[in-house]
Design a protein around this ligand. Structure first.
Ligand SMILES: CC[C@@H](C(=O)O)C(=O)SCCNC(=O)CCNC(=O)[C@H](O)C(C)(C)COP(=O)(O)OP(=O)(O)OC[C@H]1O[C@@H](n2cnc3c(N)ncnc32)[C@H](O)[C@@H]1OP(=O)(O)O
Ligand SMILES: [Co+2]
Length: 134
């Protein structure tokens, strides 16, 4: 069911500093920061030949990454994102298998303008999983 690895997300306390680290120290191609208010984060993508790294900084009062950064103030790997061909079929199959789909269970539009869903980390070996419509 899952296909390509779309991105690995890293939550960071200082997006400008993290972006500079990837751009200047690691020599990567980086995008401009993009606020995603409906997701409570500001995002920078690091573009690699075979996938992307998504740097996440909290945005607003109720950011879903705030508690994560309280637990890990220096930042850390927050989620992995896999592409699926049919996100509704994937969601229904996962729910039938007992996996917890986070939020309302309805896909929302993610950073690439495509529908995304999140799966509870406790159901996937302690890793928060994002699914993105391919
Ligand atoms: C930009 C848009 C989009 C894209 O297109 O790429 C994005 O990526 S948006 C990214 C941010 N959005 C989300 O993360 C949405 C989904 N997340 C959530 O709903 C919540 O963050 C959460 C996963 C339910 C966690 O909620 P939180 O309040 O932070 O923690 P809890 O106390 O409920 O945690 C319970 C349990 O799970 C562990 N945990 C929490 N987050 C993670 C994580 N990222 N990776 C691994 N484990 C995680 C937490 O430690 C708790 O464990 P125990 O203490 O053992 O109970
Ligand atoms: Co993501």
């Amino acid at each position: 069911m899952i296909g390509r690895l779309n991105h690995v997300a890293i939550a960071v306390p200082d997006l400008a500093a993290a972006t500079a680290l990837y751009r200047d120290t690691l020599g990567a191609t980086v995008t401009d920061p993009t606020p995603q208010p409906e997701h409570g984060v500001t995002v920078v993508f690091i573009e690699l030949p075979n996938t992307k790294i998504e740097l996440l900084e909290p945005l607003g009062e109720n950011s879903p990454i705030a508690a994560f950064l309280e637990r890990s103030p220096a930042g850390g790997i927050h989620h992995v994102c896999y592409e699926v061909d049919d996100i509704m079929a994937a969601r229904d199959r996962l729910k039938d298998s007992g996996a917890r789909v986070l939020g309302s269970g309805e896909p929302r539009i993610g950073a690439h303008g495509k529908p995304v869903l999140f799966l509870h980390p406790k159901d996937f070996n302690g890793t928060l999983v994002e699914l993105e419509q391919a």
